[in-house]
Design a protein around this ligand. Structure first.
Ligand SMILES: [Zn+2]
Length: 408
């Protein structure tokens, strides 16, 4: 009998400790249904025309739902989202080329939603430049646009934003993992079996170290936020007194590619489950959110640590910080000092939009789960790329100074 009670107690303890390593569900004031929705998967193919013109979407991160001949040297590219309803993030990416050099016109034909991203072009898929604005003409309906493109036998890449697919991100992660204080791992797999990368940054013992969570690319086209996150990390990883002291004192868990399926499938916003991942931070219906949420909770509990801050990098029409009005237990005053410091360093007008706790987005999850500060760090779609780097760097410096010297 004694043995039975002993076994029962042990199993109860095991059961409760396992349970406590799971992220908590939370009933937000504005819930969202994040169970799987059907998506339209684009047909991957090369389009060929008797005029000796070709187009394709045969690469990760492409979005081209159809490409057809209209007349003369005019073509129409159909661009549609993975499903509806969806925010207008009318993302496109394809290649076009021809047997003989010629000038063609390509209409970007969007279903329902209108043009958002000024086209970028590339000859190698790596180096990008903006298509000259004189070569972009808004259609009379103000929805679609006509692009004038010089094509030849070299493939011309045309995309809404610089392409940063899973291969690019993996390569970047591997570069960063050369640093002695960076551990690269995959904490799980997406719905389509792609890695969920983690860069675990710290110097020395992780026990009881306060944790900062960094996220990026919940929304596939939002590469400008990703660029800011890259510059932010570069500053943290620098060999300089502030960064070195920071890595000794804190641990940073970085999830650089939260939605790898959506990124490679060229989605406008959702994951392979047809859901906005940044609305699934309550019941974790999506495998990416569920695994990442549980991983963070488990990691901090195992090490008797606290998450004190969460920054989620996104893009929208302009630079803005989405913050919350609730005052968290951890770093209650950090947000105001930090944003003030960044704005002062950059000589910018602060652009902060605060709100009460609403829907199941990541910043609210950081607050409800850890009683910590959550901030959505948004960079404009067209913010100059050099400025993004500067802003990422300044944001990291200001954060490290506050956390090292001022305690909060
Ligand atoms: Zn976003």
């Amino acid at each position: 009998m004694k043995q039975l009670i002993y076994l029962f107690t042990i199993s109860l303890l095991l059961f409760s400790s396992c349970r406590s390593y799971q992220a908590k569900t939370y009933d937000f004031p504005k819930p969202v249904d994040t169970t799987d929705k059907p998506i339209e998967v684009q047909t991957k193919k090369q389009y060929s025309f008797p005029q000796g013109v070709y187009a394709d979407n045969l690469f990760d991160g492409a979005r081209l739902n159809n490409f057809k001949f209209m007349d003369d040297n005019k073509f129409q590219a159909t661009i549609s989202p993975e499903n509806f309803p969806i925010n207008n993030s009318a993302y496109y990416a394809f290649r076009v080329w021809s047997d003989a050099p010629k000038t063609i016109q390509v209409e970007l034909n969007y279903s329902k939603h209108g043009h958002r991203y000024p086209p970028k072009i590339s000859r190698d898929g790596e180096n990008w430049e903006a298509l000259d604005s004189t070569l972009i003409q808004l259609a009379a309906d103000s929805v679609n646009v006509f692009l004038t493109l010089d094509v030849n036998s070299d493939k011309l890449w045309v995309a809404a934003q610089e392409i940063q697919n899973t291969t690019h991100v993996k390569q970047w992660c591997e570069e960063k993992s050369q640093h002695a204080n960076v551990l690269l791992s995959s904490i799980g797999k997406s719905k389509m079996g792609k890695d969920l990368w983690l860069l675990d940054i710290h110097d020395g013992d992780v026990r009881k170290k306060d944790v900062i969570v960094i996220m990026s690319r919940q929304h596939p086209p939002e590469v400008t936020g990703y660029f800011a996150m890259q510059a932010f990390l570069d500053e943290i990883l620098k060999d300089q007194p502030l960064s070195n002291a920071f890595r000794k004192k804190y641990r940073v868990l970085v999830f650089p590619l939260m939605n790898p399926d959506g990124v490679d499938m060229g989605h406008w916003r959702h994951n392979a489950g047809g859901v906005d991942p940044n609305r699934d931070w309550a019941y974790y219906h999506q495998p990416e959110n569920r695994q990442i949420a549980n991983f963070i909770v488990k990691t901090v509990k195992q090490n008797k640590s606290d998450v004190i801050l969460g920054l989620d990098f996104h893009s929208t029409y302009w630079d803005v910080y989405y913050t919350m009005r609730e005052i968290p237990k951890h770093l209650p005053h950090f947000k105001d000092y930090w944003l003030g410091g960044i704005n002062q360093s950059l000589g910018e007008e602060p652009n902060e939009k605060d709100s009460n706790l609403g829907g199941p987005v990541s910043k609210n999850w950081i607050y409800t789960q850890f009683d910590a500060v959550g901030i959505t760090y948004e960079i404009g779609d067209s913010t100059p790329r050099e400025f993004i780097k500067e802003k990422g760097k300044v944001s990291a410096t200001e954060m490290m100074q506050l956390l090292i010297f001022k305690g909060e």
